[in-house]
Design a protein around this ligand. Structure first.
Ligand SMILES: [Zn+2]
Length: 103
């Protein structure tokens, strides 16, 4: 069983059946029925790497797009550009909220 995260409402859930057919279909959130759903583990890796970037690099733009593409590629997973963009926005807002950035 794998856990997933919805990028529309933040809901985290477990996918009960893992089979090739269900993997081919886009996963849907059981709470808001949104399709912006990503594996939770990859989501956490992307976020951790973005935070690491902030902590170790001088001020600048976080290359979130590259971070996310990199994490998914390493795991042998593909993410559509629309989902990548959505994930960029989501992680950026999460980090901003957690760090209390006002801009
Ligand atoms: Zn949702």
């Amino acid at each position: 069983m794998s856990r997933y995260k919805c990028l529309s409402c933040g809901h985290e859930f477990e996918a009960k059946k893992e089979n090739p057919q269900s993997l081919a279909k886009p996963r849907q959130c059981g709470k808001c029925w949104g399709y912006f759903v990503v594996p939770l583990e990859e989501y956490q890796r992307c976020k951790a790497r973005a935070e690491e970037w902030i902590a170790t690099k001088p001020l600048g733009i976080i290359p979130l797009w590259d971070v996310i593409r990199g994490v998914f590629a390493e795991r042998g997973l593909r993410l559509s550009p629309r989902k990548t963009l959505r994930l960029c926005e989501y992680i950026y807002h999460e980090i901003k909220r957690e760090k209390g950035w006002k801009f």
